[in-house]
Design a protein around this ligand. Structure first.
Ligand code: PGA
Length: 250
């Protein structure tokens, strides 16, 4: 079985000393593709800690370099040891006001600079209540991964994370049926956009209140290639236990 992916999304948490303490107690296991999406300020230390965990950033600029005060470029995160980047997280979209166009530009920047990326998509509660969830997800995928701009070969370093906004940090879970349905829909949409063969399938992770109590059942779904975990990823003991659950999946 393909290794399940576990990405710890630390968001705006963890000082360097917390990151060191986390790493000292981490038991990452052999059968899980464990990664940390860390704050910029921890990237270099984590990348240099040398224990083989794949470290990534949570965002980057769409511009290559220049007069963009406060921004961090793709080259900069690469220089600090990042091996992947999250793009279009719903907190970037909904709190920081990132548009579909901007996220597309960031994906284009990542692909052109050979930086693997995790493109996050997710509908808001009001979209789901109006039955518009598929339309929203399709629009986000079409825009971020515009098939008139990218080739299917360029997708090999791309993962998608499905994170319904109403399930992020709220303790509310999408049901297994809802997750399975949307993951299938995402695969079908990507298939329609790029005509992917089976071995070109893009990994689709699930995120939104994933925790010790539900990670096993969610990641047991065939359509779920792994989890993007926020709140529950800050506690190393919980992370060790969650990894243990993924290690023992049939
Ligand atoms: P959560 O966050 O696990 O705290 O819901 C997930 C995410 O936003 O990536």
């Amino acid at each position: 079985m393909k290794k399940k992916v576990f990405i710890a999304n630390w968001k705006m948490n963890m000082l360097r000393r917390d990151a060191f303490a986390f790493m000292a107690s981490l038991r990452k296991g052999e059968r899980v593709d464990f990664r940390i999406a860390a704050p910029y300020t921890c990237l270099l230390d984590l990348a240099e800690s040398g224990d083989g965990v794949i470290i990534g950033a949570q965002n980057m600029s769409e511009y290559s370099h220049g007069a963009y005060t406060g921004e961090i470029s793709c080259q900069m995160i690469k220089d600090a040891g990042a091996k992947f980047v999250l793009l279009g997280h719903s907190e970037r979209r909904n709190i920081m006001g990132e548009s579909n166009e901007q996220i597309h530009a960031k994906v284009e920047r990542a692909i052109s600079e050979a930086m693997p990326c995790v493109v996050c998509v997710g509908e808001r509660l009001e979209d789901r209540e109006k039955g518009r969830e598929e339309e929203v997800i399709q629009g986000q995928l079409q825009s971020a991964l515009d098939p008139s701009v990218f080739t299917k070969e360029q997708l090999k370093d791309v993962m998608v994370a499905y994170e319904p906004v109403w399930a992020i940090g709220t303790g509310k879970n999408a049901t297994l049926k809802e997750i399975d349905h949307m993951h299938t829909f995402i695969q079908e949409t990507l298939q329609e956009m790029f005509g992917l063969e089976d071995d070109e399938r893009v990994s689709v992770l699930y995120g939104g209140s994933v925790k010790l109590e539900n990670i096993k059942e969610i990641c047991s779904l065939k359509t779920v290639d792994g989890a993007l975990v926020g709140g529950a990823s800050l506690d190393v003991n919980q992370v060790n236990e969650m990894i243990g659950k993924l290690e023992n999946l049939e």
